[in-house]
Design a protein around this ligand. Structure first.
Ligand code: TXA
Ligand code: MG
Length: 349
C-alpha cells in the first residue's frame, strides 16, 4: 500500500513531514513535489534502498540519479571538491531548478551514480522538498517519480497512476509550478556543458559562467554513457506522438483531420492561438480530444501543463497525439522543444 500525505505546498505541516522524513531515513521510497516535477526520494547513502528505487521505477541501473540537498555545506561529503564556479552558480540559482554534475566523493554509492565518477547535485526550491530533506537530515537521491520512460509527474495523481503499490509514501503538495525537469549542467569537462535544458537557460548560466555551452541533441557525450536524459525516446505518452513546428499548425490540423477521417482517435496538444486553425476538427468531435496548453506567449504556463496534457490524452484513449512545438529562445522554450522532441517522432519519420 502506498500512503498519501496531503500538505500545504507553501507551509507544510512539520509533523506530517517528520513521518515522511522518518520513512526516508529508514530506507523507504517517498515521492514529493519539487518546483520542477515530483521526485521519488530515497536515502542517497543507503545502497539497498537505492536498488529498490530502481526496481520500483523499472529504471535501468545505468541511469544515474540526482542527489538533493538543502545547503552548500553538504557538498563536501558528496563531491571530490567544490569548485569556485559552483559557489557562484549556487549564489544565483540555488535553491532552484539547476542540477550540477561534479566529480563524486567515495561516499556516494555506485548505485546512485551508475558507476560514473561523477555525481549530479541539486538544491530544490520547493518548500515541501526543502523541509522534507532538511527533516530527513540525509542527502536524498531522487529521479522523477514516474515509471521509466513515461512523462514526468507534475501532480500527485500522476505519481499514483505509475507507482501506487510500488512505493511507500506520496507527499501530495499539489501541482508542481515549473513542470519540466531541472537544467543539468556538467562541470566535469573542459567546457561547462548543458546536458538537459530547463528553466535555467544558457543565457542565464552564461551571465555567471561565460564559457557554458549547450550540448547539441545528438552529439554523443564524451567518455562514458550518454546522460540517459539524452535517450532519444523518453518522457513519452503511450500513444505515438508527432511534433509539428510552431508555424506548421495548419499542416497539423490537416493531418489530424485525415487521420480522424480514417477512424483513428486523435489527441492534439495546442496553444490558445491555434483555436481558429483547429476549427475544422470540430467535425470529428467524437474522435478528437484537444488540450490547449495556454498562450504561446506564456511559456511558463505551457511548460507547467505539458506533461499533464500527455497523460490526459493517454487516459482519453487516443491512438495518436499531434503536438505543436513552440518558438522562443529562453530556457523554457528550449526545454519544451527538447521534451516534445524526445516524446515523439518527427512528422516525416
Ligand atoms: O528536476 C529534476 O531534475 C527532477 C527533480 C525530482 O529534481 N529530477 C529528475 O531526475 O528529473 P531524473 O532522474 O528523471 O533525471 C536526472 C537526469 C538524467 O538525465 C540523468 O542522466 C542525469 O540527470 N544525470 C544524473 N547523474 C548524472 C551524472 N553523474 N552525469 C551526467 N548526467 C547525470
Ligand atoms: Mg526522469
Amino acid at each position: 500500500m502506498t500512503e498519501v500525505i496531503r500538505v500545504d505546498p507553501g507551509a507544510p505541516d512539520a509533523a506530517a513531514l517528520a513521518r515522511a522524513a522518518d520513512c526516508l531515513r529508514r530506507g523507504g521510497l517517498v515521492a514529493f513535489p519539487t518546483e520542477t516535477v515530483y521526485g521519488l526520494g530515497v536515502h542517497a547513502l543507503d545502497r539497498a534502498a537505492v536498488r529498490r528505487l530502481f526496481e520500483a521505477k523499472g529504471r535501468p541501473a545505468t541511469d544515474p540519479l540526482i542527489v538533493h540537498v538543502t545547503s552548500l555545506e553538504e557538498l563536501p561529503t558528496l563531491v571530490a571538491a567544490v569548485p569556485e564556479s559552483v559557489v557562484r552558480l549556487a549564489d544565483r540559482f540555488w535553491p532552484g531548478p539547476l542540477t550540477v554534475v561534479l566529480p563524486r566523493s567515495v561516499r556516494v554509492p555506485d548505485e546512485v551514480t551508475a558507476g560514473l565518477h561523477t555525481v549530479a547535485i541539486r538544491i530544490p526550491a520547493h518548500p515541501v522538498a526543502h523541509a522534507l530533506i532538511a527533516a530527513a537530515g540525509v542527502p536524498v537521491a531522487a529521479p522523477s517519480a514516474n515509471l521509466f520512460s513515461r512523462p514526468s509527474p507534475t501532480r500527485a495523481s500522476h505519481v499514483l497512476d505509475d507507482l501506487a503499490g510500488r512505493i511507500d509514501l506520496v507527499v501530495d503538495g499539489g501541482p508542481t509550478p515549473v513542470g519540466v525537469e531541472s537544467t543539468v549542467l556538467d562541470l566535469t569537462g573542459q567546457v561547462p556543458t548543458i546536458l538537459r535544458p530547463g528553466a535555467v537557460s544558457l543565457q542565464m548560466l552564461r551571465a555567471i559562467l561565460p564559457e557554458v555551452e549547450q550540448r547539441s541533441p545528438r552529439q554523443p557525450v564524451s567518455g562514458a554513457m550518454p546522460s540517459p536524459g539524452m535517450l532519444d525516446r523518453h518522457y513519452s505518452p503511450r500513444a505515438a506522438l508527432t511534433v509539428y513546428e510552431a508555424d506548421a499548425v495548419a499542416r497539423l490540423a490537416h493531418d489530424a483531420c485525415a487521420s480522424a477521417a480514417q477512424g483513428h482517435r486523435i489527441g492534439v496538444i495546442a496553444a490558445d492561438e491555434d483555436r481558429q486553425a483547429l476549427n475544422e476538427l470540430a467535425r470529428f468531435a467524437d474522435r478528437v480530444a484537444i488540450v490547449y496548453l495556454g498562450s504561446e506567449r506564456d511559456l511558463a504556463t505551457v511548460a507547467s501543463r505539458l506533461y499533464a496534457s500527455m497523460r490526459e490524452l493517454d487516459a482519453a484513449g487516443v491512438d495518436r497525439i499531434l503536438a505543436r512545438s513552440f518558438h522562443g529562445d529562453d530556457g523554457l522554450a528550449d526545454a519544451i522543444r527538447d521534451r516534445l522532441r524526445r516524446a515523439g517522432v518527427a512528422p516525416d519519420a
